[in-house]
Design a protein around this ligand. Structure first.
Ligand code: B12
Length: 308
């Protein structure tokens, strides 16, 4: 290969691209792709002639070349954002599918490794404490440490927070900083006003860096609230990376598990539960938890018995 003339290599590349375009039904480029050397010497005018893989049309394009039941397959595709009917190039994904996957994966990495904006926290006067986790790598490897506050964190909470409120709201970065950055400004005022209107006392909210859901047990050893709510970034998916969840529990305490918690999930403006609506829903669920003095499975059983 190293002995080949650059023009021969270019001829091969052009032929492969032509064939790929034909197979994938892509339009021919409006002008021929410039030979490599010429393109490198004119980088400022370089144009990429691959279609953007992240438009709604390309994202949900029908990739199967000759489907037996095109309408059935299209209907199936419209029921889910999952990557179905994407087609293939031999045994491999198509270039467009692969580029889209890489782009979506990049967005999830940004969400996981990103930082919650200080301005977002400042807007609601949230101070910051940290769990036993030291950095993001440890956060991913040690969920147990993300459920425990440092002694300094507990001391700061002790010093700055109102004790024994009916409801304590905390915010945690969790697995998506983007979830907090994008949704907190919308959901937080709705929750605060909703609780106020219902004359439910709310404690001093704060932000927990490197938080896992179970940290609410540790928070409540200091606060002693009836209900603790954590607004936290969900594990990002390959389509939506900024979804937030509101997990909550009745009198969380060490040893309590997810069976004793409730969750409102997929709070996002990108195809999920709108944060404004979610805020109202969080307040309704808090009221229900306070009425039944239970959360999770116990709440379900108690409310079913009472509603029956
Ligand atoms: C990861 C995940 C799990 C993992 C959690 C393990 C782990 N350590 O991460 C596993 C596979 C164990 C799991 C199991 C279940 N899950 Co799940 N899970 C998720 C997922 C994909 C992400 C959650 C997340 O990012 N949390 C944030 C991070 C920061 O929290 P964390 O502290 O790291 O992890 C805790 C939470 O994830 C929590 N959790 C996970 N699932 C559930 C479900 C409920 C009802 C509760 C209260 C807590 C909870 O458990 C973890 C340990 O404390 C969400 C999808 C979504 N869109 O949110 C579904 C999701 C939250 N799970 C769901 C369900 C239904 C369940 C199960 C009840 C399924 C079942 N029938 O067994 C169980 C219950 C688990 C439990 N802990 O008791 C539903 C909840 C629907 C709802 N509104 O009630 C969701 C929204 C998926 C869905 N769309 O259906 N889950």
């Amino acid at each position: 290969m190293s002995d080949m003339d650059p023009s021969q290599i270019d001829a091969i590349v052009q032929a492969v691209l032509r064939e790929l375009r034909q197979r994938e039904g892509m339009p021919a480029p409006s002008r021929p792709v410039a030979p490599r050397q010429a393109a490198f010497s004119r980088l400022d005018t370089l144009t990429i002639d691959l279609p953007d893989p992240d438009t709604p049309e390309t994202r949900h394009a029908m990739g199967v070349s000759h489907p037996r039941d095109p309408e059935g397959l299209r209907n199936l595709q419209s029921t889910t954002p999952a990557r179905i009917a994407a087609g293939r190039a031999g045994p491999r994904p198509r270039t467009s599918s692969w580029l889209l996957f890489q782009a979506d994966h990049g967005v999830t990495q940004d969400a996981i490794y990103g930082q919650v904006n200080q301005e977002v926290l400042d807007a609601f006067g949230l101070f910051t404490v940290q769990t036993m986790v030291q950095d993001r790598e440890e956060y991913l490897l040690r969920p147990d440490l993300g459920r425990r506050l440092t002694p300094e964190a507990k001391a700061l909470i002790e010093q700055r927070c109102v004790k024994n409120p009916q409801v304590q709201v905390v915010v945690g970065d969790g697995l998506s900083a983007a979830a907090i950055n994008n949704n907190l400004p919308h959901i937080f005022p709705v929750i605060r006003q909703g609780l106020e209107a219902a004359q439910i006392t709310m404690g001093t909210p704060f932000f927990i860096r490197f938080a896992r859901v179970g940290v609410i047990n540790d928070v409540n050893t200091v606060i002693r609230a009836d209900v603790v709510v954590i607004l936290i970034g969900e594990r990002p998916g390959l389509g939506v990376a900024d979804a937030m969840s509101a997990y909550m529990g009745w009198r969380p305490a060490p040893g309590k598990t997810d069976a004793q918690r409730d969750v409102i999930c997929m709070i996002t403006q990108h195809g999920g539960l709108n944060p404004l609506e979610a805020g109202a829903y969080v307040v309704e669920l808090i009221k229900k938890i306070l009425t039944h003095q239970a959360s999770g499975v116990e709440l379900k059983m108690k409310s079913q018995t009472r509603d029956a």
